[in-house]
Design a protein around this ligand. Structure first.
Ligand code: PDD
Length: 279
């Protein structure tokens, strides 16, 4: 694989990052994952806009202009022959002597891009629906910024896997925030799509935005408000969205079946519509 590191396309084995890179030492870095379907970047403009926002929130310099970033994405997709997969982009504050105080901006941001391939749009997990565990959300308080500080989400998902679940839904003050790396939704018994409203507690998902937009256009009822694990367990359907999972049904929450325990009609339909539009 070819990767892009600090100004150059290089074979992954030749890529080098300083041990003093603040992304490495402090998770002082932000990232984006953009899906690639049929060789095309899905919803790229929205990912770029969110990246700009993450950088601004952390007072981090921009590594490149918009046109250049898009060109780097396209070039890497081309070089690696990606038909189906994703492009990962990370911007770190760069390398500087280890210090809790942010170094001057002239340290320069570090920019890394690489690609990942996926075998198929479908997966056995998506077809049968996910079984999610429930865990307290112990992440930091600025989850609206897409930083590489992913240790708690990784820990909670790993524990969920060890316990026989596929993923985990996290809760705070009694309400579901989101999945380990996806946004969470339910369909109530009376047919309303419910998902937490945007705040510092969750990431403003690009897939979330696209799916809610499509659902609103189709005339579906949507409420952006908190929901509890109990409400989700008693819902007609549950599902998640992300650039990696697209729309994927959740069929079990903390051991309790949702609906009849199979992917619901709405989740399947939203997934189909989303993928059709992405192609
Ligand atoms: N994760 N919430 C969290 C905590 C996430 O990490 C992600 C994405 C999402 C969904 O956002 P989007 O629809 O823009 O992908 C929600 C990416 C895919 C990842 O970390 O791999």
């Amino acid at each position: 694989r070819t990767v892009f590191v600090n100004g150059e396309f290089v074979p992954e084995a030749d890529a080098r990052i300083s041990v003093f890179d603040r992304g490495f030492l402090f998770a002082d870095a932000v990232y984006e994952v953009t899906a690639v379907i049929g060789g095309k970047l899905v919803d790229y403009a929205a990912h770029q806009a969110r990246l700009r926002r993450s950088l601004a929130e952390l007072d981090m310099a921009s590594p490149a202009g918009d046109d250049e970033l898009l060109a780097l994405h396209r070039e890497l997709v081309r070089r690696n022959g990606i038909d189906l997969g994703s492009v990962y982009l990370q911007v770190s504050r760069g390398a500087a002597d280890r210090d809790f105080i942010w170094p001057p901006a002239e340290t320069g941001p570090g920019l890394v891009l690489f690609t990942q391939t996926r075998a198929s749009l479908e997966s056995p997990e998506a077809e049968r629906g996910l079984r999610v565990a429930v865990a307290p959300d112990l992440r930091w308080g600025r989850r609206d910024i897409k930083t590489t500080q992913l240790l708690y989400a990784s820990m909670a998902k790993s524990q969920a896997r060890r316990d026989g679940f596929d993923d985990v839904w996290m809760t705070e003050n009694g309400f579901v925030t989101e999945g380990s790396s996806n946004n969470a939704y339910i369909l109530t018994q009376d047919g309303t799509i419910v998902t937490p409203s945007l705040s510092r507690s969750i990431l403003p998902g690009i897939t979330r935005s696209a799916v809610l937009h499509g659902a609103a256009e189709a005339g579906l009822a949507i409420e952006e408000r908190p929901f509890t694990v109990e409400e989700a367990q008693g819902a007609r359907e549950a599902f998640i969205t992300s650039a990696g999972a697209f729309v994927t049904a959740v069929v079990e929450i903390d051991g309790v079946r949702v609906g009849d325990g199979r992917p619901g009609d709405l989740a399947r339909r939203l997934r189909r519509v989303y993928l059709d539009e992405a192609m």
